[in-house]
Design a protein around this ligand. Sequence first.
Ligand SMILES: NC(=O)c1ccc[n+]([C@@H]2O[C@H](COP(=O)([O-])OP(=O)(O)OC[C@H]3O[C@@H](n4cnc5c(N)ncnc54)[C@H](OP(=O)(O)O)[C@@H]3O)[C@@H](O)[C@H]2O)c1
Length: 446
Amino acid sequence: MERIVEAISSGASGEELAAMPLPDHYRAAFVRREDAAMFEGLASADKDPTKSLRVDDVATPELAPDEAYVAVMASSINFNTVWTSIFEPLPTFGFLDRLGKESVWGRRHALPYHVVGSDAAGVVLRVGSAVRNWKPADRVTVHCNYVDDQDPSAHDDSMLAANQRIWGFETNFGGLADLTVVKANQLMPKPAHLTWEEAAVNALCNSTSYRMLVSNNGARMKQGDVVLVWGASGGIGGYAVQYVLNGGGTPVGVVSSPEKAALLNDLGVDAVIDRKAESYRFWSDASTQDEREWRRFGGKIRSLVGEDPDIVFEHPGRQTMGASIFVAKRGGTVVTCAATSGYMVEFDNRHFWMKLKRLIASHFANYAEAWAANRLIAQGKIQPLLSAVHPLTEVGDAALKIHRNEHEGKIGVLCLAPREGLGIDDPELRAKIGEDKITLFRRHGG
Ligand SMILES: NC(=O)c1ccc[n+]([C@@H]2O[C@H](COP(=O)([O-])OP(=O)(O)OC[C@H]3O[C@@H](n4cnc5c(N)ncnc54)[C@H](OP(=O)(O)O)[C@@H]3O)[C@@H](O)[C@H]2O)c1
């Protein structure tokens, strides 16, 4: 891989890269099937990704006709890597085994190890015989919607495909590695003004937030909408508030520290609620919610922006869903894509139906949505949320930070990129957009 990195750094042509031999093994971050029970009996908070995530060489898989090998310059940690590394809610080997039964090519994925990671920025090294639009030397980002387009249900909205999967979570050969194997329809052009690590952190979270708020498949946000965003300085929340600001809406961001509140203010969000400082207790005990606390929270939102939210951007799940449904405006929409604090959610249906609210389920994004979201990054209209960078060898520490909610925005991971700051192809565009905007989260992250 060293020779490949040298060739990439010296601007090798597609023909030159295509002529270079690929190694039969590569460095990757993975969990092992034999470790799947290692945390049994522990509370979630005590399950430590540094113990389960390993970095070592794995065999290079064969390339299917509709796939590409990508040299991964940088990747990022997503919450799904936390789930995989603590084997919750289920070990991900079940997903790989199911994929293994689907086809000859699927069989490659059912292995004793699972290479994780659902984001990447890098360079195409080889393409399969059925690939039309990409070639070696193309600089790309990778989105994580892994779809078999022979399924008719994939041809309206591919997120509805019966065998839709998330690459690096429900498939093997993920992005936290020096090399990855992806379907050609996961590739998107790398935003030319960004470094490898800035380009690598966006696809999963940015596309998710785009679908949840902007797309026809989501909440269809309009100019003027008040949008309550939970975890507003986190991965999906940090992109969500940018979409609200860009779209002429008013974000109300919820965070859990004064530092995160200050970061949101710097991003242009005026209405910020520090949930820790306000010490909301939506659950008075493990099985009872407290409507007075929902009302206190709703009162706080009104005091900041003068009205109830048209849209609630929901993902913490069990801890917040009751409050989210309650505070949404009459006729308003709650859009959800996750349940970080627990998936058995509960809300008071009277407040839901009597006030004609809507609950929309959203999951990642189809190719068109991911492409649209990537284009906005490439145009400098949405900024990357890179706040910290780790080498691949520290992938466990980086995942632990996210598990403990000790981060802001996104954590980048250097794979083949030897250091931060490389990979900018359009410095003029970068200067035009503004270094201060692009690196806001990185400066806060220190
Ligand atoms: N379905 C999909 O396609 C999809 C895509 C991306 C992410 N997700 C899921 O979405 C969730 C968030 O992902 P992310 O990347 O944004 O993670 P993240 O960077 O960790 O941000 C989540 C934020 O949520 C807030 N939060 C956590 N627990 C909370 C609680 N009990 N009550 C209120 N707020 C809480 C925290 O912010 P404060 O502490 O500052 O409030 C945290 O920073 C994860 O569960 C992830 O798996 C789903």
